[in-house]
Design a protein around this ligand. Structure first.
Ligand SMILES: [Zn+2]
Length: 82
């Protein structure tokens, strides 16, 4: 099937700028980034709780962005590195 072969040989298109969560992780203090990564990796912590916490510190991040970052690397996730 030529279409599938074309897909396989096409250059990776999953490159792009990090989402606002990824950008925040890159510029914030390491201790804050670590705490946020732990929260992101804890499924029982709601995306909205994380978004609300970041918002209180001046980061305009929506729960949707948090959820999308949790799915990073998947087709419906953001483009941040896993
Ligand atoms: Zn991201």
């Amino acid at each position: 099937m030529a279409e599938l072969q074309a897909l396989a040989s096409a250059p990776a298109t999953r490159k792009g700028p990090p989402c606002s969560i990824g950008a925040f992780l890159a510029r914030t203090q390491p201790s804050t980034a670590d705490a946020l990564r732990i929260a992101l990796n804890t499924p029982t912590i709601a995306a909205k709780a994380i978004a609300d916490t970041l918002a209180r510190h001046g980061e305009t991040v929506t729960a949707y962005t948090v959820a999308r970052h949790r799915r990073r690397g998947e087709t419906n996730g953001c483009r941040c590195a896993r």
